[in-house]
Design a protein around this ligand. Structure first.
Ligand code: MG
Length: 250
């Protein structure tokens, strides 16, 4: 009996030691031929190389169309102030047009093994934060993607609204100005903080784990940094522009 217990303990320790953080491609896998940040190709390529998840950014146009793009402006045009018709012919660096959220999520249906790390960008005011949150949750649910979508935002309002609308969904806060306990008290499920924030508060990853929160660090690039954060206690997920470097490492 005791021998069995000891064997079990060894198996458990072995698995624990082997545990590696999940890898999320930051704005998709874009540092590769034929890709561009937040393009549909970047999601395909993240899924193809075996990323656990792929992150992307969502803005709402003035006429209420959610689009996938990082910056607040495109070619000097503020996305929030313009119509989708003005944006629809602008090309990304790989020649693709700026994807609508619907186009992007529809493509994601073809790659069921890759999680969607859905960033809602902070909009001009609480009303627009609510609008984009509501449209996002509605579309994710309508397409049957709720089980594989995790929401993240710098906006407290967007986190709050998503959590109200989809209480079972994972919601992680990005801005780094809430302690793990404060995030837990708001009912959100994770902290997704800049590496510098964790350097300033090295106790937060393990503190968060004890509270049952998920811990994601961004943006970690280069093999040395990837290794360092993979070995840091309490880190569940690494968001990187170099997912291939981490996934190829054995
Ligand atoms: Mg982002």
């Amino acid at each position: 009996m005791q021998r069995n217990l000891i064997s079990l303990l060894f198996v458990f320790c072995g698995l624990t030691c082997l545990a590696q953080p999940h890898i999320v491609a930051h704005r998709g896998f874009w540092r590769t031929e034929g890709s561009a940040q937040n393009s549909i190709a970047s999601f395909q390529k993240a899924a193809e190389i075996g990323c656990w998840g792929s992150e992307f950014d969502v803005w709402l146009t003035a006429d209420g169309v959610p689009v996938v793009f990082h910056d607040a402006t495109v070619e000097g045009i503020r996305i929030e102030d313009t119509t989708y018709a003005t944006l629809m012919n602008i090309r990304l660096k790989n020649g693709e047009f700026i994807p609508t959220l619907q186009q992007y999520l529809t493509e994601a249906l073809r790659w069921p093994q890759c999680r969607l790390i859905f960033e809602i960008k902070p909009h001009r005011n609480a009303k627009r934060d609510n609008m984009i949150s509501e449209l996002s949750v509605e579309l994710v649910n309508m397409l049957g993607l709720a089980d594989r979508t995790d929401y993240i935002s710098f906006s407290k309002q967007a986190c709050k609204r998503v959590h109200e609308l989809a209480p079972k969904a994972k919601v992680a806060f990005l801005n780094g100005d809430l302690t793990p306990q404060e995030v837990k008290d708001l009912g959100w499920t994770g902290i997704d903080y800049n590496a510098k924030t964790f350097e300033k508060h090295p106790e937060w990853p393990e503190e968060a784990k004890k509270l049952g929160l998920e811990v994601n660090v961004w943006t970690v690039d280069g093999e040395e940094e990837l290794r360092r954060w993979a070995e840091t206690k309490g880190i569940d997920i690494i968001t990187t522009n170099d997912p291939d470097k981490m996934l190829n490492r054995k």
